[in-house]
Write a protein that binds this ligand. Structure first.
Ligand code: 13P
Length: 333
């Protein structure tokens, strides 16, 4: 493990004014996104869509890194430059999703465990050769009656830490992503309680697995009411509860926290980030690693139509800039 290298990659990923584009949708997930614009998910359609995002003029001013999917890391621009090379030249760090998805956890109805540790050391070595300098692994924790169990929380935290240790051994910065879902009708208080238990377990496991905290990025959910809750907490309350919870459980040695959007609208996700940065006096960088909240408007504007390529880029550039503004709390709706 080269600690200095890991630290400098991690710091670049959370550079001031910038954040991460999550464009690592698996084939199943991108098909769902394309279904929403009635576009067939062919390999070429997926390549074109990712090229639209990555070649957006000026996006690199606000985007520090891009999370790719295995297929995308092996694809090229239409001029034949591998995406990873293209991004690296722009000063954007290429990353790779390495988990194999959340699978039912045997013996624990309605809970999942993220798989993908077998053969991971070898896959990471190949990904490093292909240009990836960071990786992502997502654990999924659902809130409902009688779940999550402490066992499922700990099992997922343990897998996250094993993944993290393998990444650092390969000089790849791990994004540690424990996502507490916002599906369901739970209150913000319940989300805070579960997020607290999850972060506590995750940092205990990271410590046990000898993770170099200065060479990782945390990608958590915000502390937020469930989508189906009829009296959802307001935006300032979300910002305050999220910062309070993170301050309690995330060591200041971690250089940055990059939120997932998790089903929030683009405007909601940007405003929450801005409000948190406005609170100020934070021990880590607070930024974004949004998938849907960065892409939804661009996907719609493009609609899979070749003559709307520039319109898609314009929508993406706009949302990237607004999130860049949110990095110092200066976003206005
Ligand atoms: P969303 O921002 O759409 O939640 O996606 C981020 C991500 O990478 C989930 O793993």
């Amino acid at each position: 493990m080269n600690r200095t290298e890991l630290e400098s990659i991690a710091r670049a990923m959370v550079a001031k004014g910038k954040g991460i584009l999550a464009a690592d949708e698996s084939s199943g997930t991108i098909k769902k996104r394309f279904d929403s614009i009635q576009l067939e998910s062919t390999e070429e359609a997926r390549r074109t869509y990712r090229e639209m995002l990555f070649t957006t003029p000026d996006a690199a001013k606000y985007i520090s890194g891009v999370i790719l999917y295995d297929e995308t890391l092996r694809q090229k621009t239409k001029d034949g430059t591998p995406f990873s090379q293209y991004l690296t030249k722009l000063g954007v760090v290429p990353g790779i999703k390495v988990d194999m998805g959340a699978k039912p956890l045997a013996g624990f109805p309605n809970e999942t465990i993220t798989e993908g540790l077998d053969g991971l050391r070898e896959r990471l070595a190949e990904y490093h050769k292909l240009g990836a300098r960071f990786a992502k692994w997502r654990a999924v924790i659902d809130i409902a009656k009688d779940i999550p169990t402490q066992f499922a929380i700990d099992a997922n935290a343990h897998a996250l830490a094993r993944y993290g240790a393998l990444c650092q051994e390969a000089n790849i910065v791990p994004i540690i992503e424990p996502e507490v879902l916002m599906d369901g009708d739970h209150s913000i208080e319940r989300c805070e309680e579960v997020t607290s238990a999850v972060l506590k377990s995750v940092f205990e496991q990271l410590d046990s697995h000898r993770i170099h905290l200065e060479g990782m990025i945390l990608k958590p959910n915000m502390v937020i009411s469930g989508k189906k809750n009829t009296a959802r907490a307001g935006r300032q309350q979300v910002a305050e509860a999220t910062v309070r919870t993170l301050k309690r459980f995330v060591p200041s040695a971690v250089p940055g926290i990059a939120f997932l959007s998790g089903g929030q609208s683009a405007a909601e996700a940007t405003e929450h980030l801005s409000l948190m940065n406005k609170i100020g006096n934070l021990p880590w960088e607070l930024t974004f690693s949004y998938g849907r909240a960065l892409q939804d408007e661009a996907l719609k504007a493009w609609g899979g139509k070749p003559d709307q390529f520039a319109a898609g880029q314009k929508a993406f550039a706009r949302r990237a800039k607004l999130n860049g503004d949110a990095r110092n709390g200066s976003y206005t709706a």
